[in-house]
Design a protein around this ligand. Structure first.
Ligand code: ATP
Ligand code: MG
Length: 354
């Protein structure tokens, strides 16, 4: 079987360190391993419009921002097909046919949709486009026959629903056309869902609790130093909590052995640092300075590459349009196969009979 990878992001803001550790880093690794037949990365503008339909400029402007972040972290247009979702009208056709296979109740039960409905305060006024976005996400995956989908854990219910739709389709139309996709999540637990600066359970563009990949060094530092730690750790000598402490969550996600050697040689590893904090005698300034050193080191090359790319937005869009043309050709072939499987490829049917 072919290995086809598809991932994407909503152009609702610049990408942040949650995306980096939860998804982008994995994508670069997969890209460089080369163990796949095709890798697509989609900028999900149509999906972003489902909850930003009255703010088109935001979505439009962030297409460039997200693409700059992709290229800055090392995703390579020679190896990846980058495309814009709304450039591929076939995706709407896939969505339309899959809508028949999913009930209203099932969509409302989807845990991610449920959480986002309450986060976005839709109450009973849920736009249909928003409610149906898991179906459109299934369209995005199956339109390219993708079997591998690297995502953060918040997306697992989406992949589960996609698998369900594939099974239902194959059963009803007696085919094995659709491949059930597999989610790939990072091994590191914290990286699966990096908390926000405010301690909220997820760093998210829509929650305004992010360190962005493009943030200037002073901004990163200021965000780290205003971060939430343990409210009961007042004096340095007080014992501190490491669980629920955002600084330690980020150290769990980002610190490596070599960072200790470089910036904090008096500790062998994170376990030792945590033990000292729990016992008391270790101040927040010290752990925040350590985290700042690590993040500055990771973000510097990304920021510098991004600044160079920013000078030529036309070149960035050229990559996206070229990729969109290629993706459209693939989706055109696959929508024909889907219609064949359903028995609604009328023109080909006639040709075969004559
Ligand atoms: P929005 O608030 O607009 O939904 P977002 O910050 O949640 O934005 P998405 O574009 O929805 O970002 O997510 C893109 C990918 O990044 C998904 O695979 C998602 O699981 C992953 N991701 C997003 N936030 C985090 C996070 N805090 N930790 C780990 N992975 C994340
Ligand atoms: Mg999201």
């Amino acid at each position: 079987m072919k290995n086809i990878i598809l991932t994407g992001d909503r152009p609702t803001g610049q990408l942040h360190i949650g995306h980096f550790i939860g998804s982008l880093k994995n994508r670069v690794l997969l890209q460089n391993k080369g163990d796949y037949d095709k890798m697509y990365i989609m900028i999900a503008d149509a999906q972003a419009l489902t909850d930003n339909f009255d703010n088109v400029d935001k979505v439009k402007d962030n297409i460039l921002q997200v693409m700059l972040d992709y290229l800055a972290v090392g995703l390579d247009p020679e190896k990846v097909v980058f495309f814009i979702q709304s450039e591929i009208p076939e995706l709407t056709e896939f969505t339309f046919f899959y809508m028949n296979l999913v009930t209203f109740a099932r969509l409302q039960r989807n845990p991610t949709v449920k959480a986002e409905i309450s986060q976005k305060k839709f109450n009973k006024n849920i736009p249909m486009g928003f409610l149906c976005y898991p179906i459109s996400q299934t369209a995005d995956i199956t339109a390219f026959n993708a079997n591998i989908v690297p995502v953060g854990v918040d997306q697992l219910p989406m992949i589960e629903q996609a698998r369900e739709i594939c099974r239902t389709f194959n059963n009803i139309y007696k085919t094995d056309l659709l491949i059930e996709p597999q989610a790939v999540i990072p091994e590191n637990k914290v990286a699966q869902r990096l908390p926000g600066l405010d301690g909220a359970e997820k760093m998210s563009k829509s929650l305004g609790n992010c360190i962005f990949l493009a943030d200037e060094p002073e901004v990163v530092k200021q965000k780290i130093f205003s971060m939430y730690t343990d409210p009961n750790h007042i004096k340095i000598s007080d014992p501190g909590q490491t669980r629920g402490n955002v600084v330690f969550a980020y150290l769990d996600a980002f610190s490596e052995k070599e960072h200790f050697e470089r910036y904090l040689p008096e500790y062998k590893n994170l376990e030792e640092l945590k033990a000292h904090y729990k016992k008391g005698g270790l101040g927040d300034v010290k752990i925040k300075t350590f985290l700042n050193n690590i993040l500055q080191e990771i973000l510097k090359p990304i920021r510098e590459k991004r600044k160079t790319l920013e000078k030529n937005p036309a070149r960035v869009f050229e990559i996206l349009f070229k990729g969109s043309d290629e993706a459209k050709k693939d989706a055109e072939q696959n929508i024909l196969k889907l219609k064949q499987a359903m028995g609604i490829d009328y023109r080909n049917n006639l040709k075969n009979k004559n």
